[in-house]
Design a protein around this ligand. Structure first.
Ligand code: MIG
Length: 630
């Protein structure tokens, strides 16, 4: 049962699409204790209570013990001391062992804090900035039925085309068509499956959105066509900020029609991102959504059918306003070269390093929402939502016959109806294999099914074994994309030694795709989790509460990735009798029947293990080098 409680005057989000009449506060579950102004509530936690959800957030699957702040942030450090990532996914589930289960969704577009047993280990406290929000309380018999009920009120998830499950190769730094061609040719030469190559920001002319560098990407249309003949989809990155340059069509149209976010005085607010000084489209205006979305026609007309939206938190390197204040402050340093004390030094350093994604900047520009001026920070977490919603709607007009692959970096609940997301700038760390594993169920709970992490890790240099282990988790996620940052070691598979093992893994992925796609569609249609924590799948098994590094996949499978360097195996917990498939490739594998309980299993670097429930079998198809040939 879902009860909707409205506090104050919430700004309307479109997270929930089902009409639900507001309930009277008197029927609020007594477990929730509210502050007087209703801007926060607490729940007392029992020792065995676990909390799941919060989608794209840090720490383990069970969220207890830390603070999480929903405040969409361009965060390159996915470390345990951070509170916010790129998305705001405010659904949490209280799982009381052999007791109450409760789903809570805080529908609020500004900063929302979930202190889950951090300040006080036995208390969860949820707070918003101003008491204008909608709280959905979902009650039911089981965790999984509560999640399904929540998913139903937020609407069906976006469905990616089959090729979106194929292997994608990306990197920040492909400068020209030759760089892309090389990826395709190397995959072909080594007989390695491939479906897509991503075009990061370097394809643009001076990072101006909706342009293509004519020298480095000459004869673009022919190039796209040539790639299509090889069944390779090119997927360009699109960033929201529009370069400030007179004579550049996107800029001129934006200025002329008042499409950009304004400062307090009503002037277009300048921010710096990749194109240098730029303006942010005001995606809260319907005409801006339409205008920006229609621009994608420049790509769809030449045959492009996949896009990723980056930097849409929106990321801001600095604003004209903030750089001026920082420059004034730093200028005073010249009078202090003899007298500077350490606290002043830290202050100067903070002034420089704090320029990017600065809270002050987010309070310095405005949107127009239904004719009213609204300060950005009050609706911050909806910026990407509006961008993506608008574009997705235009896809239906500009490319009515195409199934478009579409995912975003930043997000809010509800956006799952229009796009997938990828989890942003992770690092080439073993711990980030565990991180994506932990994020998957929470993302699914919040509606996001088309998801994946940068395979191999975005920041820093990857080693061959780490790339292999990373692939063995991405093997199961809908998005399977190898991506890394500018300046890092070449991360394409063909730069490493044991190509045969990489090929075997990719073949296995392609052999699994039909089954993964079936599970994915089932989860869309029936509002289910693709990845389920064992504690929720086996609610009466106390041992499952401690299993934070395995997941149920679909109804019949369990995955147990290896995420430790040099490990040649790992401990697993079987919540029932299962069969282990130990796979070197789709052809070379053995099965071992194992009993419920704890086991140590060997998983060599070139092996993948999938557990299958007793009486079921793993459905492997014949692999192919491309989804078009499956
Ligand atoms: O400021 O386009 O998360 O995937 O390679 C960095 C360059 C901008 C951040 C994205 C990353 C992408 C990078 N972008």
């Amino acid at each position: 049962m879902v009860s909707k409680f409205v506090f104050g005057n919430p700004i309307r989000t479109k997270a929930v699409i089902e009409e639900i009449a507001p309930a009277d506060f008197s029927i609020m579950n007594p477990l929730l204790k509210f502050s007087e102004d209703k801007s926060s509530f607490t729940i007392d936690l029992l020792p065995d209570d676990s909390i799941y959800g919060l989608g794209e957030s840090l720490h383990g699957m069970n969220k207890r013990g830390f603070i999480y702040v929903s405040n969409n942030t361009d965060q390159v450090h996915h470390d345990e001391n951070q509170y916010s990532l790129y998305g705001s996914h405010n659904f949490v589930l209280l799982n009381r062992f052999k007791g109450l289960k409760l789903g809570l969704f805080v529908d609020y577009p500004a900063k929302t804090t979930f202190d889950i047993g951090f300040t006080d280990k036995d208390v969860m406290k949820v707070s918003v900035e101003e008491p204008d929000y909608t709280l959905y309380v979902v009650e039911g018999d089981s965790a999984l039925s509560i999640i399904t009920e929540f998913r139903k009120i937020i609407g069906k998830s976006y469905k990616a085309p089959l090729w979106g499950f194929g292997y994608g190769q990306s990197r920040w730094g492909y400068k020209c068509t030759e760089d892309i061609l090389k990826v395709v040719e190397e995959h072909k030469r080594l007989n390695l499956p491939l479906d897509s190559v991503y075009m990061d920001i370097d394809y643009m002319q001076d990072y101006a959105v909706f342009t293509i560098n004519p020298e480095r990407y000459h004869y673009f249309e022919d190039f796209v066509k040539k790639m299509k003949e090889e069944h390779i989809h090119l997927v360009p990155a699109i960033d929201p900020a529009v370069k400030r340059l007179k004579g550049y069509f996107v800029y001129d149209e934006g200025v002329e029609n008042n499409y950009f976010c304004k400062d307090e005085e009503g002037n277009d607010f300048p921010v710096a991102v990749w194109p240098g000084l730029a303006h942010l489209p005001d995606f809260f205006k319907p005409e801006v959504k339409k205008w920006f979305g229609q621009k994608y026609k420049l790509f769809t007309d030449v045959g492009i059918d996949g896009f990723w939206n980056d930097m849409n938190e929106p990321a801001i390197f600095y604003s004209s306003k903030s750089i001026k204040a920082a420059a004034d402050k730093l200028a005073t340093l010249k009078d202090k070269t003899e007298t500077l004390n350490l606290s002043e030094l830290w202050d100067y350093l903070d002034t420089a390093s704090g320029l990017a994604n600065n809270a002050e900047d987010y309070k310095s520009f405005y949107h127009e929402i239904d004719g009213k001026k609204v300060r950005h920070d009050r609706v911050h977490n909806l910026y990407a939502f509006n961008m993506v919603e608008g574009i997705s709607k235009e896809f239906k007009e500009i490319a009515p016959d195409k199934e478009i692959l579409f995912f975003s970096r930043s997000s809010y609940v509800g956006q799952h109806r229009y796009s997938g997301i990828w989890t942003g700038d992770n690092s080439s760390y073993y711990s980030h294999i565990k991180l994506i594993l932990s994020q998957l169920p929470g993302l699914n709970m919040n509606g996001f099914l088309y998801v994946g992490a940068d395979t191999g890790g975005f920041a820093f240099n990857v080693s061959e074994p780490l790339l292999m282990r990373f692939m063995q988790i991405s093997m199961f996620t809908p998005l399977f994309r190898n991506h890394c940052a500018l300046g890092c070691r070449d991360q394409e598979i063909y730069n490493f030694k044991d190509i045969d093992s990489f090929r075997n893994m990719l073949n296995l992925r392609y052999a699994l795709i039909p089954e993964l796609y079936r599970i994915y569609n089932d989860c869309i249609e029936n509002s289910k989790l693709m990845f389920t924590p064992l504690a929720l799948a086996y609610p009466d098994d106390r041992a499952c509460l401690d299993v934070d590094d395995q997941l149920m996949l679909g109804d019949d499978y369990m995955i147990v990735p290896v995420y430790e360097a040099n490990a040649t195996g790992r401990y697993v917990y079987l919540p029932e009798d299962m069969t282990a498939y130990v796979l070197k490739s789709d052809k070379d594998y053995k099965t071992v029947n194992m009993e419920k309980g704890y086991h140590h299993i060997d998983i060599a670097l070139n092996e993948l293990v999938i557990f299958v429930k007793k009486g079921k079998e793993l459905k492997l198809s014949k692999p192919a080098n491309n989804t078009a040939l499956l």
